[in-house]
Design a protein around this ligand. Structure first.
Ligand code: PLP
Length: 256
């Protein structure tokens, strides 16, 4: 059986985010991916216009079938759209024989369109955080999941620790949406570590969060320690941001 990374995520037809972007990351990392699609979106790089949900039974059957026919070396979870899909994924993960899970808790698009319904947020907190080896919220997601307001860098640690109490083994809170340097904060049972970043260019980057989580899953599949996987992921995404190209208005897409 070939070792693959399982991507559980939505389709962005523009290719900048979602599972097609995740497969591009895996290929760049030298890995093969398989996909359990959770939603189809209608969107351009600038705006999500519509979300079409996938039947949760289809999601769990797909994960079951892929787990039976491939050795799943790691799992990346992205957009889930509904509470029922969150439940279906939580029920299906134990069949993957302990593959490490990276959870990107996608709640809304960069332009504020809902990508997980409100009931799904509670389900994600209760059912998926406890199964996550690494969870990668941005500031807004960390606030919503932890209930802690994040206004300045030191709040990142309070929110990250709260998400660990909810069951995630390691938390990477992405500080890029705070003003100043885009430093991220990693917290695991060894303590807190700042992953320092430098701001490159201006404008909104489409799909950076998807790519970062997928790079971490790739690192875990390749046997890196979680913190090392996160450091490499941040380096790779920073390099892709430096090479990014404008696709629409002020929106830029990563280049590998
Ligand atoms: N569409 C899909 C399918 C996604 O998974 C995501 C983010 O995870 C987005 C859109 C939003 O991407 P961004 O906020 O980077 O524009």
């Amino acid at each position: 059986m070939r070792r693959r990374v399982l991507v559980v995520a939505g389709l962005d037809p523009s290719g900048g985010a979602g599972f097609t972007a995740d497969l591009a990351v895996l290929s760049h990392a030298g890995l093969d991916g398989v996909v359990a699609p959770t939603a189809i979106t209608v969107q351009t790089a600038e705006r999500v216009r519509r979300v079409v949900r996938i039947d949760p039974e289809v999601v769990s059957e797909t994960i079951g079938a892929l787990g039976a026919s491939h050795e799943i070396a790691a799992v990346k979870i992205g957009m889930l759209a509904t509470a029922q899909v969150v439940e279906a994924v939580a029920r299906s993960l134990p069949a993957l024989r302990g593959a490490p899970v990276v959870l990107d808790p996608v709640l809304a698009s960069g332009t504020g369109v809902e990508l997980l319904e409100p009931a799904g947020v509670e389900a994600l907190r209760a059912r998926l955080l406890p199964l996550a080896n690494v969870v990668t919220p941005n500031v807004a997601e960390a606030e919503r999941l932890s209930g802690i307001a994040v206004r300045e860098p030191r709040d990142l640690e309070t929110a990250a620790r709260a998400l660990r109490v909810l069951g995630a083994r390691a938390v990477l809170v992405k500080g890029g949406h705070l003003s100043g340097a885009p430093d991220d904060l990693w917290v695991d049972d060894g303590g807190a570590t700042v992953l320092a970043g430098e701001r490159v260019g201006t404008g909104r980057i489409h799909g950076a969060g998807c790519a970062l989580a997928t790079w971490i899953a790739a690192g875990l599949a390749q046997g890196l320690e979680p913190l090392e996987a996160a450091r490499r992921a941040k380096r790779e995404v920073a390099a892709a941001i430096a090479r990014s190209q404008t696709v629409e208005g002020e929106v830029r897409e990563l280049r590998w």
